[in-house]
Ligand binder design. Structure first.
Ligand code: NDP
Length: 323
């Protein structure tokens, strides 16, 4: 038997129950892994609340790191004992053991410990595609990053600085402002009440070519107003709630803006994309350009407490759950 968090209904953190479940067996193209650490991500909250749909009962979680216990007959490039990590579907990471399609796994470099591996895959590969593919950030550009002291946020700030961009971070508290500054943000704005005016002052009127906004409903229009003509609005999450329908004529009136709502699943749909994105992430982490900050750990059995902290904006950087 294994242990897993299971939810039989959607709702508050209390729906996350710690239960015994049969240890699954891998199919021909799958691997069975034992988690050493499981990544906590905001998307886990969306599944728990029902904003994103899944069949119930379900074990949440889309990220982990651990050791291969068994592989299916058709799996060629993994062996029992390999250290591995992954991000992405299917759900099921909040468990001591799980099966997963083997082609979702990457081998973890020896230099990266399990907690770091579990913390970095989903948030780090998100930063990779946002900065290198959704909008190719160039040296010398000034970019705007919301929730800059969060999991994705701290990685975005460091990686963008490494590229040579100037980062304006947006956070909610002075402590988070200090943290974002210590991780590559050149300027930090606390709160978004006067966001466009603040960005105008910092950029001396130029505004920014791209905004990375995963706060959603509360900041969408303020973010749009920070863009230079032909700028790109990247709305990639909904921590404050989903963005209401958009009047596309507004994009014309505000300067022929581009709007995208990307997801990591699209950018890592193929094995080739997973391998390339993970390699780029491992490179910046190995070089020290990006440091993964695991600022909170919780026992996996106490996933509900981790969700409560994440939703209350009490976490910074990344959080891992320990089985
Ligand atoms: P974070 O660690 O960034 O936590 C969320 C942060 O959002 C909070 O700390 C808080 O920072 C900010 N926030 C603003 N308003 C609210 C609110 N009303 N309630 C809660 N938080 C709020 O989480 P992650 O790094 O896991 O994810 C960041 C965002 O990126 C999420 O929206 C997530 O869905 C999205 N995401 C999208 C992906 C994609 O491919 N589309 C992939 C990965 C993540 P502060 O207090 O400073 O405002």
């Amino acid at each position: 038997m294994s242990k897993a968090i299971r939810m039989h209904e959607v709702g508050g953190p209390g729906v996350l129950k710690w239960e015994s479940v049969p240890t699954p067996q891998p199919g021909p193209t799958e691997a069975l892994i034992r988690h050493a650490a499981v990544g906590l991500n905001y998307i886990d909250v969306y599944f728990r609340t029902g904003l994103y749909k899944t069949a119930l009962p379900a074990t949440p979680g889309l990220e982990g790191a651990g050791v291969v216990l068994a592989v299916g007959a058709e799996v060629k490039d993994l062996e029992v004992g390999d250290r591995v990590a992954y991000q992405g579907g299917p759900l099921g990471a909040y468990a001591t053991e799980r099966v997963i399609p083997a082609d979702r796994l990457v081998k973890l470099p020896d230099s990266i410990d399990f907690n770091t591996g579990a913390a970095m895959m989903l948030q780090g590969m998100t930063a990779e595609y946002l900065l290198l593919r959704t909008f190719k950030v160039q040296k010398g550009q000034t970019i705007l990053v919301h929730a800059a002291a969060g999991g994705v946020g701290l990685i975005l700030c460091q990686w963008a600085k490494h590229i040579g961009a100037n980062v304006i971070g947006v956070v909610s508290t002075p402590d988070k402002a200090e943290l974002a500054k210590a991780h590559g943000a050149h300027h930090v704005i606390i709160g978004h009440a006067t966001l466009a005016a603040d960005v105008k002052r910092i950029t001396e009127g130029a505004m920014v070519p791209v905004v990375y906004d995963a706060v959603g409903k509360d900041t969408f229009m303020a973010s749009i107003d920070c863009l230079a003509p032909l700028g790109m609005m990247v709305t990639y999450g909904s921590a404050s709630g989903p963005v209401p329908p958009v009047d596309t004529a507004m994009l014309a009136a505000k300067g022929s803006l581009f709007l995208t709502r990307p997801t990591l699943a699209t950018y890592t749909a193929s094995r080739a994309d997973i391998v390339k994105s993970a390699a780029a992430l491992f490179d910046v982490v190995a070089s020290g350009a990006v440091k993964i900050r695991v600022n909170q750990t919780f026992p996996l059995a106490e996933a509900a407490a981790a969700h409560t902290a994440l939703e209350a904006r009490k976490t910074t950087g990344s959080t891992v759950l320990i089985p």
